[in-house]
Design a protein around this ligand. Structure first.
Ligand SMILES: CC(=O)CC(=O)SCCNC(=O)CCNC(=O)[C@H](O)C(C)(C)COP(=O)(O)OP(=O)(O)OC[C@H]1O[C@@H](n2cnc3c(N)ncnc32)[C@H](O)[C@@H]1OP(=O)(O)O
Ligand SMILES: NC(=O)C1=CN([C@@H]2O[C@H](COP(=O)(O)OP(=O)(O)OC[C@H]3O[C@@H](n4cnc5c(N)ncnc54)[C@H](OP(=O)(O)O)[C@@H]3O)[C@@H](O)[C@H]2O)C=CC1
Length: 290
């Protein structure tokens, strides 16, 4: 039974998962390598919950109770009491493998380790842990407090007890589960990311401007965000990693990452989180960069 949840990575996803877990009554410890990330993450959670109080989704008492359940640190040993650890660090296989090497010796022997990876093979990541049978994918969508779906992905060795415990946990967060097999990028990103990549090719080939492409898909296909706005929201580094995993894993040129996406990432223009991507967020309103 899950009581204590550990999160690795205090980025946008790690903080979102911490927020919904605490709101559901779990004790949460969030770990990151950088202290300023942990601080910024806790401040974001605080701000999000304050907004939920203003919009009547949460009482102030519920907000205070949830916040009191969340702690953060840069000390991995603080995850030693966790029953479930969800790794939500950068979408880079070598970083994730290194984290598992460091975190596994700290964990209780029966703790479940899960990854929020958007695309990487669960079976391959499991092989970098000491507990492949208690390892699986629990893939939340961004923004976590708002999006209803969570994909559950078993690796080849994931045991039934682990899967059922994950299912109960996600259900307790009031999310809807979909089960995906362990293929590159699972279901949502297998379909969504090629669409975003195609939108970037549409920009690259000069078919339309940033504004034209986003307006076309918002008003012409009723998407809540245009594909370039959504790419910035996800993070262009994450989008590129997912396209690389699809391209390498499925060996099909239709998944070739757009060179313009590569260029933006090389420039450090990672979208909203770095202040600039297909839009520039440094002023009062986002301004298209092309
Ligand atoms: C990459 C992967 O591995 C998988 C993925 O996650 S792919 C990405 C999936 N996500 C999407 O496709 C998101 C598409 N966008 C949307 O659905 C909407 O634009 C949106 C829900 C993000 C915002 O909706 P909106 O109607 O434009 O904005 P807004 O009215 O300001 O917000 C609606 C609610 O969401 C909340 N919200 C918006 N952005 C938020 C954020 N980043 N964090 C937390 N809450 C947020 C708002 O506070 C608001 O809540 P209340 O109703 O309590 O006030
Ligand atoms: N963005 C999205 O829309 C979604 C992302 N995901 C997945 O969730 C994961 C996290 O993504 P997201 O939150 O967007 O990414 P972010 O870049 O916002 O956050 C990643 C965090 O991990 C930290 N980090 C890097 N290395 C380590 C380490 N060794 N130990 C601990 N923390 C580390 C980063 O710190 P620093 O910045 O200092 O390197 C950063 O704070 C990825 O696997 C991604 O694919 C899943 C669903 C949706």
């Amino acid at each position: 039974m899950i009581k204590n949840v550990g999160i690795v990575g205090a980025g946008q996803m790690g903080c979102g998962i911490a927020q919904v877990s605490a709101a559901a009554g779990y004790k949460v410890h969030i770990y990151d390598i950088a202290a300023d990330r942990v601080e910024a993450g806790l401040a974001t959670i605080n701000g999000n919950m304050a907004r939920q109080v203003s919009s009547g989704k949460l009482t102030d008492e519920q907000r205070k109770k949830a916040l009191s359940l969340i702690k953060g640190s840069v000390d991995l040993n603080d995850l030693s009491q966790a029953d479930l650890v969800i790794e939500a660090a950068t979408e880079d296989e070598s970083i994730k493998r290194k984290i598992y090497g460091q975190v596994c010796p700290v964990l209780k022997t029966d703790a479940i380790l899960a990854t929020n990876t958007s695309s990487l093979s669960i079976t391959r990541l499991a092989s970098a842990t000491d507990r492949p049978e208690r390892f699986m994918g629990i893939h939340f969508m961004n923004p976590v407090p708002v999006m209803k779906l969570v994909e559950l992905v078993r690796g080849i060795a994931t045991d039934e007890g682990t899967f059922q415990t994950a299912k109960q946990f996600v259900t307790a967060l009031d999310k809807t589960i979909t089960v995906a097999e362990d293929f590159p990028a699972f279901i949502v990103n297998r379909i969504l990311l090629p669409m975003i990549n195609e939108a970037i090719y549409t920009l690259y080939e000069g078919v339309g401007s940033v504004d034209a492409i986003d307006t076309a898909m918002k008003l012409g296909a009723n998407h809540p965000m245009g594909p370039l706005q959504l790419a910035d929201f996800i993070g262009l580094d994450t989008c590129l990693s997912i396209m690389q995993v699809l391209h390498d894993g499925l060996a099909d040129s239709k998944y070739r990452p757009c060179p313009l996406l590569v260029k933006y990432v090389e420039a450090g223009w990672l979208g909203r989180k770095s202040g600039r991507g297909f839009y520039d967020y440094r002023g009062d309103t986002p301004v298209p960069t092309r």
